[in-house]
Design a protein. Structure first.
Length: 184
């Protein structure tokens, strides 16, 4: 009885642990077969579900709320490789849109909704002349052994190594003496 409960508990724990990564990932784009993103007023779609037929990968269509079919939207031909195909629309006004990708074989790769918001005003970066720029470090930051900002000589490294070695020997001696107090 106790073994059965233990096995049941461990089985449920393993099932939960196996399902956790999928649950944490949230809704997957693999279900729809497409990935849609927006940058300002540009909407782009990427898929890997289409195969090339007659020199074409297929088409992607951007539909607004009043358009119901694929043919009514702004259509763009997919371009890409066998690994990834993509399409993009620029100058899209703010609103909610539906992106539909139809492969050249007539199958739908996926459908996904996207919200385009007004593009925020991006200030131009300030221009500075080369006389106003701070000087760059000669060798940059050095990582790893020896420090991050200065190259130390062999004397400093030798002293550091001696201190570390002394610490290791002292720790070993202390632990040995503690476990067997009658020895030196």
């Amino acid at each position: 009885m106790r073994t059965t409960r233990l096995l049941l508990r461990s089985g449920l724990t393993l099932a939960a642990a196996a399902a956790l990564p999928a649950w944490l990932a949230g809704p997957s784009d693999a279900v729809s077969g497409i990935s849609v993103s927006t940058t300002g007023t540009t909407v782009s779609v990427v898929t890997s579900a289409c195969t090339q037929s007659n020199g074409s990968w297929g088409n992607a269509s951007l539909l607004n709320s009043s358009q119901a079919s694929f043919a009514q939207g702004r259509q763009v031909a997919l371009s890409g490789t066998t690994v990834s195909q993509s399409a993009a629309w620029s100058g899209v006004s703010p609103g909610t849109y539906t992106v539909v990708v139809v492969c050249s074989n007539g199958g739908t790769a996926g459908t996904q909704s996207v919200i385009v918001s007004a593009a925020p005003a991006v200030p131009a970066p300030p221009t500075t002349s080369s006389a106003n720029r701070p000087a760059a470090p000669a060798r940059g930051v050095m990582g790893g052994l020896g420090g991050a900002a200065r190259d130390y000589g062999p004397l400093t490294l030798g002293i550091g190594a001696a201190l570390v070695g002394t610490g290791v020997i002292a720790t070993g001696w202390y632990l040995r003496k503690r476990s067997k107090p009658y020895r030196l």
